[in-house]
Design a protein around this ligand. Structure first.
Ligand code: NDP
Ligand code: PYC
Length: 345
């Protein structure tokens, strides 16, 4: 049994925030990054937990992100589009800045969108839609990434792993939330398989010659596949259009051209659309939140689990017992804190 260390969420937050400050991030950037990374670790989403710190530091060291950026709310009118310019910092503080305005507009108009431009993005999207559900709103979040996924029927990386998350509020219960890559799996999962010396499941990737592979190195050199064949490929393309082209920001091939690497966190934009179920259902029979509960009960009644159930169970365990890290993970955190950006030289 390998040695482990268990600590409260707040302790891990302090450590992660300290690493980012040592690496030169300002308080706004370091705090927001530590919040999403620790939330992912707490909820057992390892592909976007502390493993991502190193990539963020590499991106800072490569000067592909502005460490002391202060995001700016650039659209101050009363339209349904709330625009925040991340000013080439990370996406997470820009989201935190835009959230209260997005909530206020959505309550007033029934529907509003937060556009984040010029951000670097590496995190899971569920914290964003979960934040909206906390205000009684439904939400949809999406962003491109960099070209690592072949379109269905193609054989070379073109689309990103382009994640999409949806959240629906539930009175007195954890919200209904799903959040996934539009590739069969997140790229982080491939890297975690590589590090663990494990083969990939069949159907995740093709090699550089376009042949199916279960070798993580061959997959990283080749292309990942979209989930659900042509359906995932089309949804991924929609994300490139809505959260790239439409908001005037980079799409996945441009991001890869600019970075020249998938070892750094990708710069692009993000789109978060919020809906007020109350406003949409006005004048119609039935309370939308109660009607949704009947649907969730019917799903669970068949023995199916709701998305995020695993995550909420992990969260409850972490909140009660603390977050457990392996000895190797603890050594890595110590190393990153001691060496700062030198650790990723
Ligand atoms: P997974 O396939 O692990 O999970 C996707 C979702 O499906 C989760 O909401 C999960 O809930 C749910 N789920 C899984 N199994 C079941 C089941 N049997 N029944 C019902 N629901 C289920 O996600 P991915 O690997 O595709 O993505 C992981 C993360 O990577 C996401 O958070 C995504 O945002 C992030 N990502 C970020 C990118 C970026 O550019 N920033 C790019 C790509 C991915 P649960 O968690 O409870 O298991
Ligand atoms: O896991 O696919 C991924 C990913 C790409 C950028 C951030 N996460």
């Amino acid at each position: 049994m390998p040695a482990t260390t268990t600590m409260p969420t707040v302790t891990l937050h302090e450590r992660v925030e300290a690493i980012f400050k040592k690496a030169g991030l300002n308080d706004i950037q370091a705090g927001a990054l530590a919040r999403v990374i620790v939330a992912a670790e707490r909820d057992a989403c390892k592909s976007h937990g502390i493993y991502r710190i190193e990539g963020a530091l590499r991106t800072i060291r490569a000067e592909k992100v502005v460490p002391d950026a202060v995001p700016e709310l650039v659209q101050q009118d009363h339209s349904a589009i709330v625009r925040v310019n991340a000013r080439r910092g990370f996406a997470n503080p820009a989201f935190e800045l835009g959230l209260p305005v997005l909530v206020e507009r959505t309550r007033a108009l029934g529907l509003a969108a937060l556009v984040i431009n010029d951000c670097t993005h590496f995190s899971a999207l569920w914290p964003e839609v979960e934040a909206l559900t906390g205000h009684g709103l439904a939400g949809l979040a999406m962003c491109p990434s960099y070209s690592t996924v072949a379109p269905a029927g193609g054989n070379k990386p073109l689309l990103g792993t382009n994640p999409m998350a949806f959240g629906w509020p539930r009175a007195g219960r954890s919200p209904y939330v799903f959040d996934f890559a539009t590739s069969v799996a997140a790229r982080g999962e491939i890297e975690l398989h590589r590090r663990a010396g494990k083969r990939l499941p069949e159907g995740w990737a093709i090699d550089a010659e376009g042949q199916p592979t279960t070798d993580p190195d061959a997959a990283l050199a080749g292309a990942m596949l979209p989930f659900g064949g042509h359906k995932g490929s089309a949804i991924s393309t929609m994300i490139e259009l809505l959260a790239g082209v439409m908001i005037g920001d980079l799409i996945s091939p441009q991001v890869l051209d600019y970075l020249g690497s998938t070892t750094l966190a990708p710069p692009h934009g993000e789109l978060v659309i919020a809906f007020s179920p109350e406003v949409f259902a006005k004048g119609r029979d039935g309370n939308p939140l109660e009607r949704a509960e009947a649907l969730f009960d019917a799903i669970a009644g068949q023995g199916a689990r709701l998305p995020s159930q695993r995550r909420y169970a992990a969260r409850a365990r972490s909140e009660m017992d603390g977050i457990t890290l392996t000895e190797a993970e603890m050594e890595q955190l110590d190393r990153l804190l001691a060496l700062g950006l030198e650790a990723v030289a």
